[in-house]
Design a protein around this ligand. Structure first.
Ligand code: CP
Length: 309
């Protein structure tokens, strides 16, 4: 297979296993290229991409922009804080105005779940979801699974626990879809107030004890508590959360086996993970960030190829 089955990248739910494997194979090639002295290729030379960020981002935004520059695309960057959104302009009007300047592809982060799906129904450009509220963050899940494959040789058959604020996490949902499509077993771990009631219907195991979850897994993906999405108190205090679900080096070493530690960022050091763990040899956190560029290059290259076919 040389083409994706989708026109947009709205969520991992829409992809099949072949799509994900094609993205990984393409990312392998781009990873080789970006480690060469001359990192730039002309693959998106005639493509204009708008990066529309209606919500804060460090990693995703920089990673997409770097990926676009490595592919020689023309780029326009937009952030809602400095735009006419603050004057009351709607999402559709904002995007239609930008697209009238002949933009081919839109990378969008938005606080509302489904914002990218909505946009894809109303405009012709290719849409890439860079995180929509509590819904999906597909390129994060792809780079996470790619990093597991790179570290452990394969994803199939691996046991992955996602720890923390599952209820508010788009990373968790996209990871669950992606890992299951690649044949991994997935568990979620956290306080019951932060685990959605429907989660077992997705074929995911649930564990409330972090030590038991670590004993079960090959990989632990530690999530931060998303205070900005919490309108009520889900646990007594961050200190209490950290005592029950914060990953420390003595705990990890006490398990007595190699566990790969991941985190999508941003990290709250000392809450869900200590600095000792985040900066240890167990951690592949910076490998995830590095792989994000190659994965995003692959996604944009393959979607642009679909535009031309
Ligand atoms: N992982 C992630 O989405 O990080 P940012 O919010 O910094 O983009």
């Amino acid at each position: 297979m040389t083409q994706l089955s989708v026109k947009h990248l709205l969520g991992i739910k829409d992809l099949n296993e072949q799509d994900i494997k094609l993205i990984f194979e393409t990312a392998d090639n781009f990873k080789t290229i970006i480690n060469r002295p001359i990192k730039k290729v002309p693959s998106l030379r005639d493509i204009t991409v708008a990066n529309l960020f209606f919500e804060n981002s460090t990693r995703t935004r920089v990673s997409f922009e770097l990926a676009q520059k490595r592919l020689s695309a023309d780029i326009v960057n937009f952030s809602s804080s400095s735009s006419s959104v603050s004057k009351g302009e709607t999402l559709i009007d904002t995007v239609k105005n930008i697209l009238s300047m002949k933009v081919d592809m839109v990378v969008m982060r938005h606080p509302s779940p489904g914002a990218c799906v909505f946009l894809a129904k109303h405009i012709d450009a290719t849409i890439i979801n860079a995180g929509d509220g509590t819904h999906e963050h597909p390129t994060q899940a792809l780079l996470d699974a790619y990093s597991i494959k790179e570290t452990l040789g394969e994803v199939t058959g691996k046991k992955v626990v996602i720890v923390g604020d599952i209820l508010h996490s788009r990373v968790a949902l996209s990871n669950i879809y992606c890992l299951q499509k690649l044949g991994a077993e997935v568990m979620v771990c956290g306080p019951s107030t932060l685990i959605p009631k429907y989660i077992e219907q997705l074929g995911v195991k649930v564990e409330h004890n972090l030590r038991k979850a670590l004993e079960w897994c090959d990989v632990a993906n530690m999530l931060r508590i998303q205070m900005e999405r919490q309108d009520i108190k889900y646990f007594p205090s961050l200190r209490e959360y950290s005592m029950q679900y914060g990953l420390t080096l003595p705990m990890l070493e006490g398990i007595g086996k190699d566990i790969t530690i991941m985190h999508p960022g941003p990290i709250n050091r000392g809450v869900e993970i200590t600095s000792e763990v985040a900066d240890s040899d167990y951690s592949i956190i910076l490998n995830q960030v590095e792989n994000g560029v190659a994965i995003r290059m692959a996604c944009m290259f393959l979607l642009a190829s679909n535009q031309n076919s």
